[in-house]
Design a protein around this ligand. Sequence first.
Ligand SMILES: Cc1cc2nc3c(=O)[nH]c(=O)nc-3n(C[C@H](O)[C@H](O)[C@H](O)COP(=O)(O)OP(=O)(O)OC[C@H]3O[C@@H](n4cnc5c(N)ncnc54)[C@H](O)[C@@H]3O)c2cc1C
Length: 225
Amino acid sequence: MVLGGAVTIENFLDSVRSKMPELIEILQRFGSPQIRNQGTIGGNLCTSSPIGDLAPLLMVLNSDINVFGKNGNKKTNIKNFFKGYRKNILKKDEIILSIEIPYPNKKNKIFSWKLSKRYDQDISTISLAINIQTQKNIIKEIQMAAGGVAATPKSLDKLCKSMLEKKLDDAIDFATENLDKFIQPISDLRGSSHYRLEAMKGLFRRLQICLRQDKESFSIMEVKE
Ligand SMILES: Cc1cc2nc3c(=O)[nH]c(=O)nc-3n(C[C@H](O)[C@H](O)[C@H](O)COP(=O)(O)OP(=O)(O)OC[C@H]3O[C@@H](n4cnc5c(N)ncnc54)[C@H](O)[C@@H]3O)c2cc1C
């Protein structure tokens, strides 16, 4: 799927409804109808907030960003786009022209969870997006990216590598026991560093439960063991 940088969040939501329904909930929780109809994908990425909702999701989908500038076009993977707190690679004369979002492998499951004080109309304290494939309970492919755990949205590549080819339960145990080696979130008014680490561990447990239950729907509101 290729979406222009000026596509609104609401139009992004419309374009995933039939093709990637796993993304519906996270996009529906983006601001309010007014914000979704005004705010754009390009604006969300260029704000380069560590808690922007789109970046983790687009990272685990291995999206590319097409940039247009005075010296022509260039393409960069979204993992290389963010450079620091609210900083990105764009030069003054460059804009995001479009975003290329590959459709995930049909064998993979996509999750995108946002924790905030309210369900609606709130920005994330932390967020976690996951693109995972398991076979006979072994993790065969995994990409994870998180918001609210560093100065930029963060792709958890090293942690993913450690979880590959492990049994799901062992991989989740490893992730929760060693999480502080991979992320060191800050404390701010939305949540302490300790809270963010513990909440992220909770999201890994949620992943474990979702995969065990092999559910069709993975709303943040409904998982029970
Ligand atoms: C009430 C409220 C609720 C919100 N809720 C959420 C939320 O739930 N989740 C979330 O992630 N964000 C949220 N936001 C933040 C914001 O709405 C989004 O980040 C939105 O996507 C920004 O898009 P925009 O088009 O309005 O960007 P703008 O604010 O117009 O632009 C932001 C920056 O990016 C630059 N820019 C814009 N488009 C491009 C482009 N194509 N190429 C290069 N530079 C560009 C602009 O020049 C500017 O510097 C919220 C904001 C408000 C006010």
